[in-house]
Design a protein around this ligand. Structure first.
Ligand SMILES: NC(=O)c1ccc[n+]([C@@H]2O[C@H](COP(=O)([O-])OP(=O)(O)OC[C@H]3O[C@@H](n4cnc5c(N)ncnc54)[C@H](O)[C@@H]3O)[C@@H](O)[C@H]2O)c1
Ligand SMILES: O=c1ccn([C@@H]2O[C@H](COP(=O)(O)OP(=O)(O)O[C@H]3O[C@H](CO)[C@@H](O)[C@H](O)[C@H]3O)[C@@H](O)[C@H]2O)c(=O)[nH]1
Length: 445
């Protein structure tokens, strides 16, 4: 697909420049559009304007700088500037889990739309929701816009990018989903925005609003279910002496099952899967279809049990009491190639052990600054060897390549005891055992 060659008079704004929005703004500029990115966080806007991506995302900073230099991309804290400057407004603000109800907290989406309306949306412009929202949101926002900003249309275009692969997933997505109301120009406008992506062969599924909203949560519910399925098998492997890594490999050869998202271990975290399956249940329950997705409560429970199991394994390996013991944790991000620590399984385990009385030292190649802000009581190390120095146990909890490539002998001399728990099933048990280590894993003898 050719990039930076599209000449189109459409001007684009992107509201919210977090993991999703910053990537989307940069990639829209890369496609050749004039783009203005907006965020309420002045620190984020300052860094983006200076050509610095405020989070870890491979490949994004080069594209940011290139497009800032081209003059196509700019950032502001003024929603009014974006409202009046652009023809297409992508809403990419957060929809975090509501602390009490588990439902999606819609205050940021509502504030973004309200700010766009107050800022003076032009008739004929299009507001496009990308945030993950409960079914019914688009219809509600469309009604609000038709009352407060006549002539402005709304579409829902859910996003499926994965952190760590965000640029590629945005420029070369598996599919595009356009949720539109009948009879308007929204579908045609979205085809103009994504013309070069579509020309490269990306399938487009055009649907109504509730289907577009549901496609997103259904996709994440399926992925979460697949991970919890294999982790449920890991639980059974633990009581039968079977090996879940071999089980997973064997079933993955059935192409109806496939091997992706079938990796057993400490389970899923992050800013999407956990909150999305909870919000989906909350919304389905409100609509009277709670029973249809009741299994997602079990998906969630299986996932959280992996964290408890890891804490139990560590406690048992430490003789039943962690008080005064030193624990080294390799990994803080919710997954490798990310500095995102939202609902990080690694940090949840680390903090539980700390609260139980252990001294916990964590090392992660990218996520330490974020982890430090969220869990200031944990000790942070500059590298794996420093984290492991004096440790009675080493926990491998985020599968960075750096940890897979770590030679056991790099740690042997510094630890107080040679015990490792491989919470991600990516280390080589034979190699660690040959170096004199006691190796434990999740779902694997
Ligand atoms: N992170 C992902 O990989 C991903 C992928 C697909 C979908 N999503 C969905 O996209 C949405 C955003 O997720 P994220 O991970 O980028 O969140 P994030 O917290 O990284 O970013 C949200 C941004 O919105 C800004 N914001 C909040 N209110 C605002 C307002 N009124 N005006 C302007 N900016 C405002 C915040 O300051 C923040 O920078 C969520 O609904 C999420 O579920 C995320
Ligand atoms: O076999 C697997 C695969 C993943 N994980 C874990 O699952 C979590 C989520 O991983 P991943 O899906 O790669 O991360 P996200 O960047 O959160 O992406 C998910 O959430 C996004 C936000 O909705 C969607 O856009 C993406 O399509 C969807 O994959 C991480 O903690 C992984 O460690 C496993 O435990 N086993």
């Amino acid at each position: 697909m050719g990039t930076t060659t599209v000449v189109d008079p459409l001007r684009i704004s992107v509201i919210g420049t977090g993991y999703l929005g910053a990537t989307h703004a940069v990639c829209m500029a890369e496609l050749g559009f004039e783009v203005i990115g907006v965020d309420v966080d002045p620190g984020k806007i300052k860094r983006l304007t200076a050509g610095e991506v405020p989070f870890f995302e491979p490949g994004l900073e080069e594209l940011l700088r290139k497009n800032l230099e081209s003059g196509r991309l700019s950032f502001t804290t003024s929603l009014a500037d974006a409202a009046s400057a652009a023809d297409v407004h992508f809403v990419c603000v957060g929809t975090p889990q509501h602390p009490e109800s588990n439902s999606a907290d819609m205050r940021y989406v509502d504030a973004a739309v309200s700010g766009l309306i107050a800022g003076g949306l032009r008739p004929g412009s299009l507001v496009v929701g990308k945030s993950t929202v409960p079914a019914g949101t688009a219809a509600r926002l469309a009604a609000w816009l038709s009352e407060q900003a006549p002539g402005v249309e709304l579409a829902w275009n859910p996003e499926f990018l994965r952190e760590g692969f965000a640029v590629d997933d945005t420029l070369r997505p598996d599919r595009l989903v356009f949720g539109v109301a009948p009879g308007g120009n929204a579908e045609a406008t979205l085809h103009r925005v994504y013309a070069s992506v579509i020309a490269a062969g990306t399938p487009v599924v055009t649907v109504d609003y509730p289907t577009a909203e549901l496609v997103k949560v259904a996709a994440n519910a399926f992925l979460a279910t697949k991970i919890s399925f294999i982790n449920a098998m890991a639980e059974v492997c633990e009581v039968t002496g079977a090996d879940v890594t071999h089980l997973s490999k064997a079933i993955s050869y059935d192409t109806r099952i496939g091997g992706r998202f079938l990796h057993a271990g400490l389970g899923f975290g992050g800013g999407c899967l956990p909150k999305d399956i909870r919000a989906f249940q909350a919304r389905a329950t409100e609509l009277g279809a709670g029973q249809a997705v009741a299994f997602l409560a079990e998906v969630d429970a299986i996932n959280l049990r992996r964290r408890t199991r890891t804490v139990t394994l560590a406690t048992e390996a430490l003789g039943g009491d962690v008080t005064g013991k030193k624990v080294a944790v390799l990994g803080a991000a919710f997954k490798p190639n990310s500095d995102d620590i939202r609902d990080s399984p690694a940090l949840a385990v680390a903090d539980t052990l700390r609260k139980a009385g252990a001294t916990v030292a964590v090392y992660d190649p990218a996520a330490i600054p974020n982890a430090q802000r969220a869990y200031p009581e944990i000790i942070y190390a500059d590298n794996a060897v420093d984290a492991a120095t004096g440790a009675h146990i080493v926990l491998h909890l985020t599968e960075w390549t750096e940890f897979r490539e770590l030679a056991p002998n790099a740690l042997t001399a510094v630890v107080a005891a040679r015990t490792i728990i491989d919470g991600r099933n990516t280390l080589n048990p034979a190699q660690w055992r040959a170096a004199g280590w006691t190796y434990h894993a999740l779902g694997r003898p």
